[in-house]
Design a protein around this ligand. Structure first.
Ligand SMILES: [Zn+2]
Length: 645
């Protein structure tokens, strides 16, 4: 989340916290998105979109997580969502609408004097509740979401301002119009609109759709009053995924009008170079811009305009290929500060904002839907297991903002009621939808993208699949089939980029062939009840050096980034706004490696799975998967002195 130029987030928090301190449908809509297809009262006028996904996700309610780290993260998130009382969430909206409220205000970015107030309470919260309902069927959370929607509709009515709904006064938009200092009013409006649309899409709340349509009407009126050039200047202030949500609203309602308004949020100076395959990302605030590319992806789907696809695919290639760390994360101090491929100088306590991971995963799903290439899911897996797991505190569901990749630092988490950062918002959504990409399908095949313990219902085929695994602790997975009657189907198993060898058994018989790394292994046959697939994916150590300095290396094991684990940190340092001092950094030793065996300085400790230790170094160090570290200092990147022997 960007703040003003030369005005750091931490400083802003200090300044704005007196009290204390898309999601989209993922897929295209209706004919293209089974999630939406499931809504009972489909609108006859709905637009089916122009571009279908080649492969599609299943409705989230048909996939359930089984035991494991993903389920633990989801349950921590669920507990956190339960801890948020609707009265507190509604407080600033009510005050802004002239409705009495005596609730205790939330703090952080929801504090009554913070210019982003409402982004979480009336936006991310609703998306998260809707997604959690889809993932778990949690009726209590749905009820709380319904309450917030109903009460916000009263606020919207009371504001009586052409559909405007916000927890801050409408004159913020005068400041935006006049290019006066204001944080990011459309960013917040986008979250509120997306939250309401998600409540409609995932829980069927019709009132939420009415509210978001009224809001869109207000947005249309406001943005329609400007010249093109004036609107382009307004787009200089962060505006989230306004174009995406408006395109979705068009797809849901079939009202062409929303598509025109969506187009007003195309920022020419950012999109034109991407369309011409020029990487001019240096100097840009990262999480301002990824949502604008998601909007482009969505506009490609609903208009068929190939230029939008060019933008999305080129952007993805540049970010993932040139600006991504071993964890899959991107950004340093929220920006891209360098030319492509220059990351060695970009290690700090403020690397890889969590929102960027959330938004890149969202974008990746679109690209994979258009063209199911394994590299998209290799990247998705990298982010899930290294950046999304381990950035929610399993104890209390609090979330991180940055995942520091400078060696010797530690993770910090928000306070439950007094942080409510952008990343608390995207995190609340993320851990409510960890099941949405495990399986995709087309007419005659299933894609098993991720190895996560889970079950899948596919009623159209009369099929059920159960995937049992402790992956990544276990280097294999087992999938069993229940079929009403035998079904011809291709089952595509992803063989990850890191797989060195591997094997697959069907009903106990090893298949003679396997597949190369980063591919899908297709098992095409008639499946019947009791059929069992056993996939073995042996993990090995491998290094991931910085593209511009081969002596700065991360150590990986299969999909996992291993981190050196050092001493623990105090509770004070774990939460909130602790400012690291130079003396807080653990002095991480350099590593000596043999040129002929670059992974030779690490070996399995033989005691616990996924635990490793250094070999032949100045001091013994334990390495574990980064996602397992919560309250210890750690090192991901090492300075390695490679010696020829
Ligand atoms: Zn964020």
């Amino acid at each position: 989340m960007s703040v003003f130029p030369n005005f750091s987030r931490r400083k802003f928090i200090t300044a704005c916290t007196v009290a204390a301190g898309s999601r989209l449908i993922g897929a295209s809509l209706f004919a293209q998105d089974p999630v939406v297809d499931d809504i009972p009262k489909q609108r006859k006028s709905a637009n089916t979109g122009k571009i279908s996904w080649e492969v599609r996700p299943f409705p989230m309610k048909q996939v359930r997580l089984g035991q494991g780290a993903c389920q633990q993260a989801m349950e921590a998130d669920r507990g956190y969502l339960h801890s948020l009382p609707p009265e507190r969430l509604l407080h600033t909206f009510r005050l802004n609408a002239g409705i009495a409220s005596s609730a205790q205000p939330l703090g952080g970015w929801e504090a009554p004097d913070c210019e982003l107030r409402g982004h979480y309470a009336g936006g991310h919260y609703l998306s998260a509740v809707a997604l959690m309902y889809a993932s778990t069927g949690d009726e209590d959370l749905k009820r709380n979401g319904d309450t917030v929607v109903a009460e916000l509709a009263k606020c919207q009515k009371s504001l009586n301002n052409g559909g405007y709904l916000s927890a801050f006064p409408i004159d913020f938009f005068d400041r935006l119009r006049n290019r006066e200092r204001v944080w990011a009013p459309f960013y917040t409006i986008h979250k509120i609109m997306a939250g309401h649309l998600d409540m409609y899409l995932y829980t069927g709340n019709e009132q939420a759709l009415e509210t978001v349509e009224k809001m869109a009407g207000w947005v249309a009126g406001y943005t329609g009053s400007f010249s093109y050039d004036h609107m382009q200047r307004i787009l200089g202030t962060e505006y989230g995924g306004m174009g995406e949500t408006l395109a979705n609203l068009y797809a849901v309602t079939g009202k062409q009008y929303y598509l025109r308004v969506a187009g007003r949020f195309d920022k020419k100076w950012f999109l034109d170079p991407l369309a011409e395959h020029r990487d001019e990302l240096k100097g840009l605030h990262v999480n301002t811009h990824i949502p604008q590319v998601i909007a482009a992806a969505r506009l490609y789907e609903v208009t068929g305009d190939q230029r939008y696809r060019e933008i999305a695919e080129y952007f993805w290639d540049e970010v993932v290929g040139e600006r991504t760390y071993c964890t899959g994360g991107t950004s340093n101090h929220e920006s891209w500060n360098t030319d492509p491929g220059k990351l060695a100088s970009e290690l700090s306590t403020n690397t890889t904002e969590d929102c960027c991971a959330y938004n890149m995963m969202k974008l990746t799903r679109h690209l994979f839907g258009w063209k199911p290439e394994p590299r998209y899911m290799d990247y998705y897996e990298r982010l899930i297991f290294n950046h999304r797991l381990g950035t929610i505190n399993p104890q209390d569901g609090t979330m991180m903002y940055y995942l520091p990749l400078a060696s010797g630092y530690w993770k910090t988490f928000g306070k439950p009621f007094d942080s409510l950062w952008c990343c608390t918002g995207t995190g609340s959504e993320e851990y409510a939808k960890l099941s949405d990409t495990i399986y995709f399908h087309d007419e005659d095949s299933l894609y098993v993208n991720l190895y996560i313990d889970s079950s899948l219902e596919w009623p159209e085929k009369g099929l059920r699949f159960k995937q049992e695994t402790k992956f990544p602790e276990q280097q294999s997975t087992t999938i069993t089939v229940v079929a009403k009657s035998p079904v011809q189907l291709g089952v595509n198993l992803r063989v990850p980029y890191w797989a060195q060898g591997g094997s697959v058994k069907i009903n106990g018989t090893v298949l003679p062939a396997f597949s190369s790394p980063s591919s899908y292994l297709r098992l095409s046959r008639i499946w019947k009840t009791g059929d069992k697939i056993e996939l073995s994916l042996p993990m090995t150590l491998h290094i991931d050096p910085m593209p511009d300095d081969q002596s700065i290396q991360a150590m990986m094991y299969g999909p996992l980034v291993l981190a050196g684990r050092f001493d623990s940190v105090s509770k004070e340092m774990l939460y909130g706004e602790y400012q690291p001092k130079a003396s807080d950094q653990y002095k991480v030793p350099g590593i000596v490696a043999d040129a002929s065996r670059p992974t030779g300085w690490v070996e399995a400790d033989g005691q616990q799975p996924l635990n490793f230790r250094t070999e032949g170094q100045s001091q013994p160090i334990t390495l574990v998967p980064l996602y397992q570290i919560i309250d210890h200092r750690y090192a991901v990147y090492w300075k390695v002195n490679t010696q020829k022997t």
